[in-house]
Write a protein of this length. Structure first.
Length: 141
């Protein structure tokens, strides 16, 4: 069974005195298509988790085209330069152990793989660093 949820939870999580003006994100509303599945991790009380359905895959080129649509005042070279600098900065911060929180996403470094014991050490043959997790920011008012 598929459900649709309406959300307007895409806003900045800073305090009022430090919050930049992201009002264009505060009232953004969108529909989320999802299906419920039994939560395999719930041991005491059965419950369900939402599996969000992907409506379309957008390439980097598609994203750039959308960013430079007529009327935005942004050129393709500018959009590419902004994105490249943002990417370089986020990667540098991740390499320094930071979590990066923006109005659009939260990204942090994680390690994929398992460790055999509590004294086990990182082995690139068994574990790999990963930073591909992005989460929409939720308001913390």
């Amino acid at each position: 069974m598929l459900y649709f949820a309406q959300s307007n939870e895409l806003h900045h999580s800073g305090t009022e005195d430090t919050k930049p003006n992201y009002s264009f994100l505060k009232n953004y509303t969108f529909m989320i298509k999802y299906a419920l599945a039994k939560n395999q991790m719930a041991s005491d009380k059965p419950n369900f988790v939402a599996n969000v359905s992907c409506m379309d895959n957008i390439s980097f080129d598609d994203l750039l085209n959308k960013m430079v649509e007529e009327g935005t005042g942004l050129t393709r070279p500018q959009a590419m330069a902004y994105f490249e600098r943002l990417t370089q900065t986020v990667i540098s911060l991740l390499e320094n152990g930071c979590t990066v929180n923006t109005p659009l996403f939260k990204v942090r470094l994680t390690i994929k793989g398992v460790f055999e014991t509590a004294d086990d050490y990182f082995d690139p043959e068994k574990q790999t660093p990963s930073s591909h997790r992005a989460e929409l920011q939720k308001s913390k008012h």
